[in-house]
Design a protein around this ligand. Sequence first.
Ligand code: ATP
Length: 357
Amino acid sequence: MAEITLRNLSIQFGAFKAVDDVSLTVKNGEFVVYLGPSGCGKTTTLRCIAGLVKATSGDVLFDGAAVNDLSASERNIAMVFQFVSLYPHLSIKENIVFPLKARGVARAEITRKLDWVTDIFKLGDELARYPGALPPGARQKVALARAVIRDPAVLLLDEPLSAIDEQFREEMRWELGHLQRQLGVTTIYVTHDQREAMSLADRIVLMNNSRIVQVSNPDRMFFEPVDIFAGQFIGSPSMNLIDLAPVEGGLRLGDSDVTLTAARDRLPDWALSSKRPLKLGVRPLNVHLTDDPAAGVAIAVDDVFSIGRERFFSFRIGDTIHQGVDKRRSPSGSVMRVHFDPDGLLFFDAATGRRVD
Ligand code: ATP
């Protein structure tokens, strides 16, 4: 196991900075998930840790020692990609022990290690079969078993579940989290799927435009996003964003005549007194319909849809469509009022996108 540190890491391809001054420490045994939209620099970071891409500036350290000049094979890492590359002409057993054989490990040790991973990954029945005979989920498990059999210091996983059918992905995700905790190996996992990140990570590293936006555990990432991007990237349906204009006694909501007085207690003085335009972030789960004529904002229910038991509705404030949860099953077209849970309100600076509350 190893502690991995990225120190002011930048990676440039020609004029393009794919990774821009990133610093992070992944603790021994920790499961860290890199999350972010396509092209934000996740894979490039992972490949640099692996020794497959050179840092333009900054350092990668394993247990405090810079590994910039070590090749991939000298770094004792194991990497599993989206598409598994098992040797089709070798049995599952031969595939799994391949890295040990290639290093000339003694036969007794190979048997011991094989028993160990077979047991952990529950691959006993598959050992004599060939990769072509296994479904993608099982092949991915074999790839993981092959990756960890030689006790890597670090396990690097790049979208390892995205080529697996939806129905098996969930199960594999659960198993993978369980296995990682059993193995205790420092793991860095790249995905653009927030559900994978939320369910697997000790800590999520959220990236956008080649930089780290936020590093925190899944709960904090959800409840305390540092900016609008983080707030909207995590959570589904996405966080609503509503314009706020500073007025006497509070903040006016969109183009409504409603003043959010609660905002006064939540916001620092500078945010209110500077009269900077702000935005209110509120997740659909914190938006409800009410009959109380004194509460909330008047709206018309635009559309309704269900995800499982949860029933959502959409409505407009001005030109912008927002979403909420409707426990009462109101038909579309109903004219009602929406109410926001006070502790679900997030305030952002409209110009910089940063959280201000
Ligand atoms: P994805 O999920 O799409 O892989 P990502 O966040 O992992 O996204 P990267 O693969 O790290 O993104 O790529 C970041 C950017 O760097 C992209 O714009 C990509 O085109 C660019 N890039 C990556 N590798 C190279 C390379 N070898 N040469 C030039 N540009 C590259």
